[in-house]
Design a protein around this ligand. Structure first.
Ligand code: SN0
Length: 316
């Protein structure tokens, strides 16, 4: 694998899932694969799970890891081609990525969307520039439109909790939030679920339709109660509007997931990528109760990252 930026970079999804679950059984089984290889993790935004689980995955494979919070510790980055850099930006991504590529065998990069210009965010210009200038395999640690390591961990969690042969009903349910949040996790989850053997239903208030390229084939409804009927999994997530780009259109009163709403489901398990705003997106009673899978999802982040890094190492 040369790059891991979306489900489209995975040619055999079932095999990748199987591999990740095998790694989970014995995380140190390929300890020598990453010997003398260096993973660089570059963050332009905050992170807890992605940073630690990807670092852990690399350590399990025997790699060395370097982490840099580029937004806080690096020089202010210029991304525009042909820019006259007489302002606040200090270093061009051409040099920055090329230099980091010389120090690392694989690089992971996180860069959120700015949520101001949709075309710019959805062009994934930063990720693509990084890929072309760094010249080493690149893992997306959440880009402007997707969060593929999260989605792989989500799929692992669903696989582990679903009886063999059952095609579960999975509901992606929009939740309220206090600020504008990217569509990445929702986009990515929808995109991955379409490739998996599940029935996907997406529910959100008016005005929160995701881009069609991610939701094509799924059932989309603004009636949350109807969507929740007989659900086996409920994935709770906020996102800002795609159509009125980056805007918060409603306070979302009534959309928070509660036990009362879960009564409509088929004893559904509840998922969230974290960090979660308690009692805004999801109630305490769910997060502290027996139906929450959020910690299992976070645990599976390690094995998702490990399966991806293993494939990249085998290909170096
Ligand atoms: C990000 C998101 O895309 O939903 C990262 C999730 C892995 N979440 C946030 O930015 C939450 C910020 C907040 O203030 O709650």
């Amino acid at each position: 694998m040369k790059q891991y930026t979306s489900v489209h970079d995975v040619t055999d999804l079932d095999a990748l899932v199987k591999e990740a679950l095998q790694l989970k059984e014995n995380p140190s089984q390929h300890k020598s694969l990453g010997q003398n290889k260096t993973l660089g993790l570059i963050f332009l935004n905050p992170s807890l799970r992605t940073r630690l689980s990807t670092q852990k995955a690399a350590l399990n494979l025997g790699m060395n890891v370097m982490v840099m919070n580029l937004d806080k510790e690096g020089w202010a980055l210029e991304t525009e081609d042909g820019a006259i850099m007489n302002g606040t930006t200090v270093e061009h991504i051409k040099e920055a990525a090329a230099v980091m590529g010389q120090y690392c065998d694989i690089i992971g990069i996180r860069s959120f969307p700015k949520l101001q210009n949709r075309d710019e965010d959805y062009s994934e210009y930063l990720l693509h520039k990084f890929i072309s200038y760094a010249k080493v395999p690149i893992v997306s640690l959440e880009s402007a439109t997707r969060h593929p390591l999260q989605s792989l961990a989500d799929l692992l969690t669903i696989k582990e909790n679903t009886p063999a042969g059952k095609r579960p009903k999975v509901v992606l349910s929009w939740a309220p939030h206090v600020k504008a949040i990217p569509q990445c996790v929702a986009n990515s989850f929808a995109e991955w679920m379409q490739q998996a053997d599940v029935e996907l239903v997406i529910t959100h208030p008016e005005g929160y339709d995701l881009a069609e390229e991610f939701t094509k084939g799924a059932t989309v409804t603004t009636n949350q109660d109807e969507a929740l009927q007989n659900a086996d999994y409920v994935y709770v997530k906020n996102w800002s509007s795609y159509t009125q780009y980056g805007k918060v259109l409603t306070d979302g009163a009534g959309w928070m997931m509660t036990n009362e709403k879960l009564a409509l489901t088929n004893n559904a398990k509840v998922m969230h990528c974290l960090p979660v705003r308690r009692n805004v997106e999801l109630s305490d009673e769910i997060l502290d109760g027996p139906d929450s899978l959020v910690l299992e999802q976070a645990n599976n982040r390690t094995f998702a990252a490990q399966a991806v890094l293993k494939r990249m190492l085998e290909n170096l």
